[in-house]
Design a protein around this ligand. Structure first.
Ligand SMILES: [Zn+2]
Length: 84
């Protein structure tokens, strides 16, 4: 479990499928908001690098929350924009 990598995947109409991977132990050591901030920063860098201006602008309006159980083994944790 020490070396396990956690995959966070966005569930959204536009950004569905975007993945952000970090070590599980690190993910458990920081707040959900920090994870979301890191994901958004990662997306911003990626879209910037690939000149995807509209996708980059859309991040500002992206209201993400972590929907899964980070501690659960071997599963993708969904980060979604849906109202619950
Ligand atoms: Zn959700």
């Amino acid at each position: 479990m020490d070396n396990q990598i956690k995959t966070f995947q966005i569930s959204d109409n536009i950004y569905w499928g975007y993945q952000y991977k970090i070590p599980l132990l690190y993910a458990l050591s920081i707040s959900n908001q920090t994870i979301i901030d890191e994901i958004k920063k990662d997306m911003e860098n990626f879209f910037n690098t690939h000149n995807l201006e509209y996708l980059k602008k859309g991040i500002d309006n992206l209201d993400l929350h972590i929907c899964g159980d980070i501690a659960k083994d071997n599963s993708v944790v969904y980060v979604c924009t849906h109202d619950h």
